[in-house]
Design a protein around this ligand. Structure first.
Ligand SMILES: Cc1cc2nc3c(=O)[nH]c(=O)nc-3n(C[C@H](O)[C@H](O)[C@H](O)COP(=O)(O)O)c2cc1C
Length: 422
Protein backbone atom coordinates (compact mmCIF):
# COMPACT_ATOMS: atom_id res chain seq x y z
CA UNK A 1 0.00 0.00 0.00
CA UNK A 2 2.91 2.25 -0.64
CA UNK A 3 0.89 4.80 -2.56
CA UNK A 4 -1.56 5.94 0.07
CA UNK A 5 -1.76 9.60 0.97
CA UNK A 6 0.13 10.92 3.90
CA UNK A 7 -1.76 11.77 7.06
CA UNK A 8 -0.80 13.84 10.02
CA UNK A 9 -1.59 12.50 13.46
CA UNK A 10 -2.30 14.51 16.57
CA UNK A 11 -0.98 13.50 19.97
CA UNK A 12 -2.92 13.23 23.22
CA UNK A 13 -2.66 15.94 25.82
CA UNK A 14 -1.86 15.38 29.47
CA UNK A 15 -5.44 15.65 30.70
CA UNK A 16 -6.49 12.70 28.51
CA UNK A 17 -3.90 10.45 30.07
CA UNK A 18 -6.21 8.64 32.47
CA UNK A 19 -8.73 7.63 29.87
CA UNK A 20 -6.27 6.05 27.49
CA UNK A 21 -4.60 3.46 29.66
CA UNK A 22 -7.27 0.98 30.67
CA UNK A 23 -7.63 -1.51 27.88
CA UNK A 24 -4.74 -0.63 25.60
CA UNK A 25 -2.11 -1.49 28.16
CA UNK A 26 -3.73 -4.62 29.54
CA UNK A 27 -2.34 -8.01 28.59
CA UNK A 28 -3.94 -10.37 26.12
CA UNK A 29 -3.53 -14.03 25.29
CA UNK A 30 -3.34 -14.62 21.54
CA UNK A 31 -3.21 -18.37 20.91
CA UNK A 32 -0.14 -19.48 22.82
CA UNK A 33 1.28 -15.96 23.19
CA UNK A 34 0.94 -13.75 26.26
CA UNK A 35 1.05 -10.18 24.96
CA UNK A 36 2.06 -7.43 27.37
CA UNK A 37 -0.35 -4.95 25.80
CA UNK A 38 -2.89 -4.67 22.99
CA UNK A 39 -0.73 -2.73 20.54
CA UNK A 40 0.33 -4.56 17.40
CA UNK A 41 2.70 -3.18 14.81
CA UNK A 42 0.80 -3.49 11.53
CA UNK A 43 2.52 -5.09 8.55
CA UNK A 44 4.27 -2.38 6.54
CA UNK A 45 6.04 -3.04 3.26
CA UNK A 46 9.35 -1.20 3.11
CA UNK A 47 11.10 -2.80 0.13
CA UNK A 48 14.41 -2.64 1.92
CA UNK A 49 15.51 -6.27 1.64
CA UNK A 50 18.36 -7.24 -0.67
CA UNK A 51 17.45 -7.76 -4.33
CA UNK A 52 17.10 -11.53 -3.81
CA UNK A 53 14.75 -11.00 -0.83
CA UNK A 54 17.30 -11.52 1.93
CA UNK A 55 16.50 -9.48 5.08
CA UNK A 56 19.46 -7.29 6.02
CA UNK A 57 20.86 -5.44 9.01
CA UNK A 58 18.81 -2.37 8.22
CA UNK A 59 15.69 -4.46 8.76
CA UNK A 60 17.10 -5.83 12.02
CA UNK A 61 17.57 -2.27 13.26
CA UNK A 62 14.16 -1.16 12.01
CA UNK A 63 12.18 -3.93 13.70
CA UNK A 64 14.26 -3.91 16.90
CA UNK A 65 13.72 -0.16 17.20
CA UNK A 66 9.95 -0.63 17.09
CA UNK A 67 10.12 -3.52 19.56
CA UNK A 68 12.00 -1.17 21.91
CA UNK A 69 9.24 1.39 21.33
CA UNK A 70 6.86 -0.74 23.40
CA UNK A 71 4.55 -2.66 21.04
CA UNK A 72 3.05 -5.90 22.32
CA UNK A 73 3.41 -7.77 19.02
CA UNK A 74 5.03 -7.16 15.65
CA UNK A 75 3.66 -8.41 12.34
CA UNK A 76 6.27 -8.09 9.61
CA UNK A 77 5.84 -6.67 6.17
CA UNK A 78 4.34 -8.94 3.51
CA UNK A 79 6.88 -11.63 2.59
CA UNK A 80 6.91 -13.99 -0.38
CA UNK A 81 6.92 -17.68 0.44
CA UNK A 82 8.34 -18.92 -2.85
CA UNK A 83 9.03 -17.84 -6.40
CA UNK A 84 6.16 -19.77 -7.96
CA UNK A 85 2.96 -18.65 -9.68
CA UNK A 86 3.91 -14.97 -9.49
CA UNK A 87 4.05 -14.95 -5.70
CA UNK A 88 6.73 -12.22 -5.46
CA UNK A 89 4.87 -8.92 -5.36
CA UNK A 90 7.48 -6.20 -4.93
CA UNK A 91 11.04 -5.44 -5.86
CA UNK A 92 13.26 -5.65 -2.78
CA UNK A 93 10.44 -7.45 -0.96
CA UNK A 94 11.76 -9.87 1.66
CA UNK A 95 11.27 -13.59 1.11
CA UNK A 96 11.09 -16.71 3.25
CA UNK A 97 11.91 -19.03 0.39
CA UNK A 98 15.59 -19.90 0.82
CA UNK A 99 18.09 -20.71 3.61
CA UNK A 100 19.56 -17.22 3.12
CA UNK A 101 16.16 -15.67 3.77
CA UNK A 102 15.78 -17.81 6.91
CA UNK A 103 19.21 -16.72 8.15
CA UNK A 104 18.40 -13.05 7.52
CA UNK A 105 15.04 -13.23 9.28
CA UNK A 106 16.63 -15.12 12.19
CA UNK A 107 18.67 -12.01 12.98
CA UNK A 108 15.51 -9.89 12.96
CA UNK A 109 13.67 -12.34 15.21
CA UNK A 110 16.56 -12.60 17.67
CA UNK A 111 16.83 -8.81 17.96
CA UNK A 112 13.07 -8.47 18.56
CA UNK A 113 12.93 -11.39 20.99
CA UNK A 114 15.85 -9.92 22.94
CA UNK A 115 13.42 -7.09 23.71
CA UNK A 116 10.79 -9.63 24.78
CA UNK A 117 8.40 -8.86 21.95
CA UNK A 118 6.84 -11.67 19.90
CA UNK A 119 6.83 -11.42 16.12
CA UNK A 120 4.76 -12.98 13.34
CA UNK A 121 5.83 -13.16 9.71
CA UNK A 122 3.24 -12.02 7.19
CA UNK A 123 3.05 -14.44 4.26
CA UNK A 124 1.65 -13.08 1.03
CA UNK A 125 1.07 -13.95 -2.58
CA UNK A 126 0.57 -10.98 -4.90
CA UNK A 127 -1.67 -12.66 -7.48
CA UNK A 128 -2.75 -10.27 -10.20
CA UNK A 129 -1.15 -7.24 -8.50
CA UNK A 130 2.37 -8.60 -8.28
CA UNK A 131 4.71 -6.08 -9.85
CA UNK A 132 5.13 -7.42 -13.40
CA UNK A 133 8.86 -6.83 -13.09
CA UNK A 134 8.86 -9.58 -10.46
CA UNK A 135 7.40 -12.15 -12.85
CA UNK A 136 9.59 -14.53 -14.79
CA UNK A 137 10.06 -13.64 -18.44
CA UNK A 138 6.79 -14.36 -20.26
CA UNK A 139 4.94 -15.42 -17.09
CA UNK A 140 1.27 -14.45 -16.71
CA UNK A 141 0.04 -13.52 -13.23
CA UNK A 142 -2.63 -15.66 -11.58
CA UNK A 143 -5.83 -14.74 -9.80
CA UNK A 144 -9.22 -16.17 -8.85
CA UNK A 145 -10.56 -15.43 -12.33
CA UNK A 146 -9.28 -14.14 -15.64
CA UNK A 147 -9.32 -10.44 -14.84
CA UNK A 148 -7.01 -7.47 -15.12
CA UNK A 149 -6.29 -5.05 -12.31
CA UNK A 150 -7.13 -1.48 -13.27
CA UNK A 151 -4.32 -0.20 -11.07
CA UNK A 152 -0.68 0.39 -11.69
CA UNK A 153 2.49 0.01 -9.73
CA UNK A 154 3.37 3.49 -8.69
CA UNK A 155 6.55 4.05 -6.78
CA UNK A 156 6.01 7.69 -6.00
CA UNK A 157 3.69 10.53 -6.72
CA UNK A 158 6.02 13.01 -5.19
CA UNK A 159 8.45 15.28 -7.03
CA UNK A 160 10.55 15.73 -3.90
CA UNK A 161 11.20 12.03 -3.74
CA UNK A 162 12.28 11.97 -7.37
CA UNK A 163 14.56 14.89 -6.72
CA UNK A 164 15.99 13.36 -3.55
CA UNK A 165 16.75 10.13 -5.32
CA UNK A 166 18.27 11.95 -8.27
CA UNK A 167 15.85 10.51 -10.80
CA UNK A 168 15.50 12.60 -13.92
CA UNK A 169 12.41 12.57 -16.15
CA UNK A 170 9.21 10.68 -15.61
CA UNK A 171 8.90 8.13 -12.84
CA UNK A 172 8.02 4.78 -14.35
CA UNK A 173 4.44 3.63 -13.97
CA UNK A 174 3.98 -0.06 -14.61
CA UNK A 175 0.57 -1.45 -15.42
CA UNK A 176 -0.57 -4.89 -14.37
CA UNK A 177 -0.99 -7.45 -17.16
CA UNK A 178 -4.14 -9.60 -17.54
CA UNK A 179 -4.24 -12.46 -15.04
CA UNK A 180 -5.43 -16.00 -15.65
CA UNK A 181 -7.66 -18.06 -13.37
CA UNK A 182 -5.87 -20.58 -11.17
CA UNK A 183 -6.64 -24.24 -11.56
CA UNK A 184 -7.74 -26.23 -8.51
CA UNK A 185 -4.33 -27.95 -8.53
CA UNK A 186 -2.59 -24.56 -8.50
CA UNK A 187 -4.73 -23.45 -5.55
CA UNK A 188 -3.61 -26.55 -3.66
CA UNK A 189 -0.01 -25.83 -4.60
CA UNK A 190 -0.24 -22.20 -3.47
CA UNK A 191 -1.76 -23.33 -0.15
CA UNK A 192 1.20 -25.68 0.27
CA UNK A 193 3.47 -22.74 -0.57
CA UNK A 194 2.01 -20.81 2.40
CA UNK A 195 2.63 -23.88 4.59
CA UNK A 196 6.23 -24.32 3.42
CA UNK A 197 6.89 -20.62 4.01
CA UNK A 198 5.35 -20.91 7.48
CA UNK A 199 7.59 -23.87 8.32
CA UNK A 200 10.65 -21.85 7.28
CA UNK A 201 9.38 -18.91 9.35
CA UNK A 202 9.25 -21.16 12.40
CA UNK A 203 12.77 -22.36 11.55
CA UNK A 204 13.83 -18.68 11.66
CA UNK A 205 12.33 -18.40 15.15
CA UNK A 206 9.04 -16.62 14.43
CA UNK A 207 6.18 -17.07 16.91
CA UNK A 208 3.80 -17.71 14.05
CA UNK A 209 2.58 -16.23 10.82
CA UNK A 210 -0.07 -13.98 9.42
CA UNK A 211 -1.71 -15.12 6.19
CA UNK A 212 -2.40 -12.10 4.02
CA UNK A 213 -5.97 -12.26 2.77
CA UNK A 214 -6.34 -8.49 2.45
CA UNK A 215 -5.41 -5.39 0.48
CA UNK A 216 -5.87 -6.62 -3.06
CA UNK A 217 -3.50 -9.59 -3.08
CA UNK A 218 -4.21 -13.18 -4.12
CA UNK A 219 -6.41 -14.42 -1.27
CA UNK A 220 -8.33 -11.13 -1.28
CA UNK A 221 -8.95 -11.67 -5.00
CA UNK A 222 -10.74 -14.89 -4.04
CA UNK A 223 -12.58 -13.41 -1.05
CA UNK A 224 -13.85 -10.29 -2.83
CA UNK A 225 -16.87 -11.06 -5.07
CA UNK A 226 -15.73 -8.36 -7.48
CA UNK A 227 -12.61 -10.27 -8.47
CA UNK A 228 -13.90 -13.80 -7.94
CA UNK A 229 -16.17 -14.92 -10.77
CA UNK A 230 -15.57 -18.64 -10.30
CA UNK A 231 -18.35 -21.17 -10.48
CA UNK A 232 -16.47 -24.06 -8.85
CA UNK A 233 -15.97 -24.77 -5.13
CA UNK A 234 -13.79 -21.65 -4.82
CA UNK A 235 -16.36 -19.07 -5.85
CA UNK A 236 -19.99 -18.04 -5.97
CA UNK A 237 -20.79 -17.77 -2.25
CA UNK A 238 -19.17 -16.38 0.89
CA UNK A 239 -18.32 -19.93 1.99
CA UNK A 240 -16.71 -20.75 -1.34
CA UNK A 241 -14.90 -17.42 -1.57
CA UNK A 242 -13.05 -18.10 1.71
CA UNK A 243 -12.34 -21.76 0.88
CA UNK A 244 -8.81 -20.99 -0.37
CA UNK A 245 -8.03 -18.88 2.72
CA UNK A 246 -9.33 -21.68 4.96
CA UNK A 247 -7.23 -24.21 3.06
CA UNK A 248 -4.13 -22.03 3.47
CA UNK A 249 -4.80 -21.77 7.23
CA UNK A 250 -5.29 -25.54 7.44
CA UNK A 251 -2.07 -26.38 5.59
CA UNK A 252 -0.13 -23.83 7.63
CA UNK A 253 -1.50 -25.27 10.88
CA UNK A 254 -0.50 -28.78 9.78
CA UNK A 255 2.98 -27.49 9.00
CA UNK A 256 3.66 -25.50 12.18
CA UNK A 257 1.60 -27.29 14.82
CA UNK A 258 -0.84 -26.08 17.46
CA UNK A 259 1.54 -23.91 19.48
CA UNK A 260 2.38 -21.31 16.86
CA UNK A 261 0.05 -18.42 16.16
CA UNK A 262 -1.81 -17.92 12.89
CA UNK A 263 -3.70 -14.74 12.04
CA UNK A 264 -5.65 -14.09 8.87
CA UNK A 265 -5.84 -10.55 7.49
CA UNK A 266 -8.96 -9.32 5.68
CA UNK A 267 -10.06 -6.07 4.05
CA UNK A 268 -12.59 -4.58 1.69
CA UNK A 269 -10.15 -2.34 -0.16
CA UNK A 270 -6.93 -3.07 -1.91
CA UNK A 271 -3.84 -1.52 -3.42
CA UNK A 272 -5.68 -1.18 -6.72
CA UNK A 273 -9.08 -0.23 -5.22
CA UNK A 274 -8.66 2.21 -2.36
CA UNK A 275 -12.40 2.56 -1.78
CA UNK A 276 -13.28 -1.08 -2.30
CA UNK A 277 -16.55 -2.26 -0.79
CA UNK A 278 -17.88 -5.78 -0.39
CA UNK A 279 -21.16 -6.23 -2.23
CA UNK A 280 -23.60 -6.97 0.56
CA UNK A 281 -21.60 -4.88 3.02
CA UNK A 282 -21.95 -5.89 6.66
CA UNK A 283 -24.07 -8.92 5.76
CA UNK A 284 -21.20 -10.22 3.62
CA UNK A 285 -18.76 -9.59 6.49
CA UNK A 286 -21.01 -11.60 8.80
CA UNK A 287 -21.26 -14.44 6.28
CA UNK A 288 -17.50 -14.53 5.91
CA UNK A 289 -16.99 -14.37 9.65
CA UNK A 290 -19.32 -17.33 10.08
CA UNK A 291 -17.53 -19.27 7.36
CA UNK A 292 -14.22 -18.65 9.12
CA UNK A 293 -15.49 -19.49 12.62
CA UNK A 294 -13.84 -22.90 12.68
CA UNK A 295 -10.83 -22.11 10.49
CA UNK A 296 -7.33 -22.73 11.80
CA UNK A 297 -6.49 -19.07 12.43
CA UNK A 298 -6.21 -17.92 16.05
CA UNK A 299 -7.45 -14.45 15.15
CA UNK A 300 -8.72 -12.33 12.28
CA UNK A 301 -7.08 -9.02 11.45
CA UNK A 302 -9.11 -6.22 9.92
CA UNK A 303 -7.11 -3.99 7.58
CA UNK A 304 -8.37 -0.54 6.58
CA UNK A 305 -7.48 3.12 6.68
CA UNK A 306 -10.42 3.96 8.96
CA UNK A 307 -11.79 0.99 10.90
CA UNK A 308 -15.22 2.48 11.68
CA UNK A 309 -16.02 3.45 8.07
CA UNK A 310 -17.69 0.41 6.59
CA UNK A 311 -19.03 1.81 3.27
CA UNK A 312 -22.42 0.22 3.94
CA UNK A 313 -25.22 2.78 4.03
CA UNK A 314 -27.75 0.27 5.37
CA UNK A 315 -25.85 -0.94 8.43
CA UNK A 316 -23.38 1.16 10.45
CA UNK A 317 -21.75 -1.81 12.22
CA UNK A 318 -17.99 -1.57 11.77
CA UNK A 319 -16.70 -4.49 9.70
CA UNK A 320 -14.24 -5.73 12.33
CA UNK A 321 -17.09 -5.83 14.88
CA UNK A 322 -19.28 -7.82 12.49
CA UNK A 323 -16.42 -10.25 11.80
CA UNK A 324 -15.68 -10.60 15.51
CA UNK A 325 -19.30 -11.32 16.38
CA UNK A 326 -19.84 -13.75 13.51
CA UNK A 327 -16.59 -15.68 13.84
CA UNK A 328 -16.30 -15.71 17.62
CA UNK A 329 -12.56 -15.20 17.09
CA UNK A 330 -10.34 -12.49 18.54
CA UNK A 331 -9.94 -9.60 16.11
CA UNK A 332 -7.04 -7.25 15.54
CA UNK A 333 -8.55 -3.97 14.42
CA UNK A 334 -6.57 -1.62 12.21
CA UNK A 335 -7.05 1.65 10.41
CA UNK A 336 -6.59 5.26 11.40
CA UNK A 337 -5.78 4.65 15.07
CA UNK A 338 -3.65 7.71 15.71
CA UNK A 339 -3.53 8.14 19.48
CA UNK A 340 -4.39 6.52 22.78
CA UNK A 341 -7.99 7.66 22.75
CA UNK A 342 -8.52 6.07 19.33
CA UNK A 343 -7.05 2.80 20.58
CA UNK A 344 -9.33 2.76 23.62
CA UNK A 345 -12.36 3.52 21.49
CA UNK A 346 -11.67 0.67 19.07
CA UNK A 347 -11.29 -1.76 21.97
CA UNK A 348 -14.19 -0.41 24.06
CA UNK A 349 -16.71 -0.57 21.22
CA UNK A 350 -16.03 -4.23 20.60
CA UNK A 351 -14.43 -3.71 17.21
CA UNK A 352 -11.40 -5.68 18.28
CA UNK A 353 -9.34 -7.25 21.02
CA UNK A 354 -6.07 -5.77 19.80
CA UNK A 355 -5.26 -2.65 17.79
CA UNK A 356 -2.77 -2.63 14.93
CA UNK A 357 -0.99 0.61 14.17
CA UNK A 358 0.82 1.27 10.91
CA UNK A 359 1.67 4.77 9.73
CA UNK A 360 2.23 6.28 13.21
CA UNK A 361 4.88 3.61 13.84
CA UNK A 362 6.67 4.45 10.60
CA UNK A 363 7.33 7.90 11.93
CA UNK A 364 7.33 7.28 15.69
CA UNK A 365 8.79 3.97 16.83
CA UNK A 366 8.07 5.08 20.40
CA UNK A 367 4.34 5.49 19.72
CA UNK A 368 3.28 3.11 22.55
CA UNK A 369 5.49 4.89 25.07
CA UNK A 370 4.26 8.25 23.82
CA UNK A 371 0.57 7.49 24.14
CA UNK A 372 1.13 5.90 27.51
CA UNK A 373 2.93 8.95 28.82
CA UNK A 374 -0.01 11.09 27.78
CA UNK A 375 2.34 14.01 27.41
CA UNK A 376 1.78 16.59 24.74
CA UNK A 377 3.99 15.60 21.89
CA UNK A 378 5.00 17.10 18.60
CA UNK A 379 3.99 14.39 16.19
CA UNK A 380 6.04 13.83 13.09
CA UNK A 381 3.46 13.60 10.34
CA UNK A 382 3.64 10.46 8.26
CA UNK A 383 5.03 11.19 4.84
CA UNK A 384 6.23 9.05 2.02
CA UNK A 385 9.79 9.69 3.00
CA UNK A 386 9.45 6.89 5.55
CA UNK A 387 8.57 4.39 2.87
CA UNK A 388 10.65 2.30 0.49
CA UNK A 389 14.21 2.30 1.68
CA UNK A 390 14.65 5.93 2.55
CA UNK A 391 17.87 7.47 1.29
CA UNK A 392 18.37 9.41 4.52
CA UNK A 393 18.80 8.82 8.19
CA UNK A 394 15.52 10.00 9.68
CA UNK A 395 16.94 10.02 13.13
CA UNK A 396 13.71 9.51 15.01
CA UNK A 397 12.79 6.51 12.87
CA UNK A 398 16.15 4.80 12.62
CA UNK A 399 18.80 4.01 15.18
CA UNK A 400 21.69 4.17 12.74
CA UNK A 401 22.66 6.18 9.72
CA UNK A 402 21.73 4.42 6.54
CA UNK A 403 24.29 3.74 3.85
CA UNK A 404 23.95 5.30 0.41
CA UNK A 405 21.34 3.46 -1.57
CA UNK A 406 21.82 2.61 -5.20
CA UNK A 407 18.26 3.29 -6.28
CA UNK A 408 17.53 2.21 -9.82
CA UNK A 409 14.05 3.15 -11.00
CA UNK A 410 14.31 0.93 -14.07
CA UNK A 411 15.11 -2.15 -12.01
CA UNK A 412 16.26 -3.91 -15.13
CA UNK A 413 19.04 -5.60 -13.22
CA UNK A 414 16.56 -7.12 -10.80
CA UNK A 415 14.14 -8.58 -13.34
CA UNK A 416 13.50 -12.14 -12.31
CA UNK A 417 15.28 -14.82 -14.24
CA UNK A 418 15.39 -18.53 -13.51
CA UNK A 419 17.72 -19.03 -10.55
CA UNK A 420 17.69 -15.38 -9.42
CA UNK A 421 17.48 -16.42 -5.80
CA UNK A 422 20.13 -19.18 -5.96
C1 LIG B 1 3.62 2.07 2.99
C2 LIG B 1 2.66 1.03 3.45
C3 LIG B 1 2.99 -0.30 3.34
C4 LIG B 1 2.10 -1.30 3.74
N1 LIG B 1 2.43 -2.62 3.64
C5 LIG B 1 1.57 -3.57 4.06
C6 LIG B 1 1.92 -4.96 4.02
O1 LIG B 1 3.04 -5.35 3.66
N2 LIG B 1 1.00 -5.86 4.42
C7 LIG B 1 -0.24 -5.48 4.85
O2 LIG B 1 -1.05 -6.33 5.20
N3 LIG B 1 -0.58 -4.17 4.91
C8 LIG B 1 0.30 -3.22 4.55
N4 LIG B 1 -0.05 -1.90 4.67
C9 LIG B 1 -1.31 -1.53 5.31
C10 LIG B 1 -1.07 -1.25 6.80
O3 LIG B 1 -0.77 -2.45 7.49
C11 LIG B 1 -2.29 -0.61 7.45
O4 LIG B 1 -3.40 -1.41 7.16
C12 LIG B 1 -2.54 0.80 6.95
O5 LIG B 1 -1.36 1.58 7.02
C13 LIG B 1 -3.65 1.47 7.78
O6 LIG B 1 -3.29 1.47 9.13
P1 LIG B 1 -2.78 2.83 9.85
O7 LIG B 1 -3.91 3.81 9.74
O8 LIG B 1 -2.48 2.44 11.27
O9 LIG B 1 -1.57 3.28 9.10
C14 LIG B 1 0.85 -0.91 4.27
C15 LIG B 1 0.53 0.45 4.40
C16 LIG B 1 1.42 1.42 4.01
C17 LIG B 1 1.08 2.86 4.19
Amino acid sequence: MATRDAVAVAGPTGDRMGEIHGRTFSGFRLGSLELKNRIVMAPLTRQMAEADGTPNDEMVAYYARRARGGVGLIITEGTFENDELGCVAYLNQPGIATPRHVAGWRKVVEAVHALKVPILLQLMHGGRVSDPRCLHAGEQPVSASSTQSPGWVLYTDNDDEKHDRGIPGDWPKVTFPPARAMTAAEIERAADGFAEGAARAVEAGFDGVEIHGANGYLLYQFIHPKTNQRTDAYGGSPENNVRFARLACRRVREAIGPDKVITLRLSQDGVDDFVGAWPGGVAYARAIGKALADCDADALHWSSFAWSQNRDEADPTPMPKALREASGKPVIVNGGIADGKDAEEALATGAGDLVAVGRPLFAQPDWPHIIRSGEAYEWAPFTRKYVIRPPYDYTNGYPVALPEVDWNPDFINTRRQPGWMD
